[in-house]
Design a protein around this ligand. Structure first.
Ligand code: GDP
Length: 363
């Protein structure tokens, strides 16, 4: 049974009672207290065509200007542009809780004349962070590992096309096994309610049809209250979140709010009737940040690690075979023959042991 716009709006607003906060102060409820002291880290990546409002939305989401020094490339620069990945990190504090938020921007994505592999750079970036983590985890200083893994990718879809473009499909398919993808329908103020509704259904259908695995909201337990179940249903039905961003405050009817002013009226970024902005922010920061981190660790990183160990094992087997067939010259007297097989075995065992420990203790 679908809910009316009014019901959705009331539920979303009730989830967002503390207006002056972004909402990550609820994080301690989401995880164990021991991480509270260190502060939380979260890395969010944004991707999609230039001009879809990525930086505006990020600024709106975290109430901060992350892009103060941003240089917008001119047309000529954009044509030949390779994907240039930029990371901004800020520390924000709310009610004594610190969040180290990193935003990884992929400017120019979808811009260059040859776009065929522009997502390749994004994929490489995600892999590099996994690789770094894998190395650090197998090293000596495991207590102080910096987690730069990408926990979530906000993928911006143009509101002006008919559903997904081929590059959207290609890109999401290239990344869906590596990162939690949350699709967004950009600049939702350019669509009527009916248009947004039918675009969303079309995009959801295409996501299914092309076998794209976007981030799945965890299923509610059967004993959870009706409110949680309703919220989960609203989240699922809202994909791709139709968002609106604005860097300015608008004043209307004696109220000041983040919005966009048009000759015929104003749109309010945080009004659930106008867009899914609040729904996205609540989900991202208040309710699902820890789950996004867990899925990154337990699924995406775990896949990466398993592949690494598999290829190391394959190398070991090959090496063993090679030695069996060609034993090589006998060791020179006085020199010890190296023991790569045993060494590799030791490394593997150490990694496995460390992973088990870190899975027990980390969050
Ligand atoms: P980016 O290149 O994807 O980071 O896009 P920007 O955030 O720089 O935005 C590009 C242009 O779109 C700017 O003129 C913004 O003011 C405008 N813009 C941003 N968000 C929205 C939105 O939600 N709706 C509309 N209509 N325009 C937007």
């Amino acid at each position: 049974t679908s809910l009316s716009v009014d019901q959705v709006s009331r539920t979303v607003q009730s989830m967002d009672q503390d207006k002056e906060y972004v909402g990550f102060a609820t994080l301690p409820n989401q995880v164990h207290r021991k991480t509270v002291k260190k502060g939380f880290t979260f890395t969010l990546m944004v991707a999609g065509e230039t001009g879809l409002g990525k930086s505006t939305l990020i600024n709106s989401l975290f109430l901060t200007d992350l892009y103060k020094d941003r240089k917008v490339p001119n047309a000529e620069e954009r044509i030949g542009q390779t994907v240039d990945i930029v990371k901004h990190t800020i520390g924000i504090e709310e009610k004594g809780i610190k969040l180290w938020l990193s935003i990884v921007d992929t400017p120019g994505f979808g811009d260059a004349v040859n776009n065929t592999a522009s997502w390749k750079h994004v994929e490489d970036y995600i892999d590099q962070q996994f690789e770094q983590y894998f190395r650090d985890e197998s090293g000596l200083n495991r207590k102080n590992i910096k987690d730069n893994r990408v926990h979530c990718l906000l993928y911006f879809i143009s509101p002006f096309g008919h559903g997904l473009r081929p590059i959207d499909v290609e890109c999401m398919k290239a990344l869906h096994e590596k990162v939690n993808i949350i699709p967004l329908l950009a600049k939702a103020d350019s669509l009527t309610h009916a248009e947004a509704y039918s675009k969303k259904s079309k995009i959801r259908e295409e996501i299914k049809q092309f076998g794209i695995n976007i981030y799945q909201f965890p299923e509610c337990e059967s004993d959870e209250d009706e409110d949680s179940k309703r919220q989960e249903q609203i989240l699922k039905d809202s994909i791709p979140f139709a968002v609106i961003g604005s860097n300015i405050q608008v004043e209307s009817k004696g109220r000041k709010f983040r919005g966009r002013s048009y000759p015929w009226g104003v749109v309010e970024v945080e009004n659930p009737i106008h867009s899914d902005f609040l729904l996205l922010r609540n989900m991202l920061v208040r309710t699902h940040m820890q789950d996004l981190k867990d899925v990154t660790r337990e699924t995406h990183y775990e896949n990466y690690r398993a592949q690494c160990i598999q290829s190391m094992t394959r190398m070991m087997v090959q090496e063993r075979k090679r030695r069996w067939v060609e034993p090589g010259p006998p060791p020179t007297p006085g020199r010890r023959r190296p023991l790569p097989l045993r060494k590799m075995q030791e490394v593997l065992e150490r990694i496995q042991e460390q992973m088990q420990q870190s899975q027990r203790g980390s969050c």
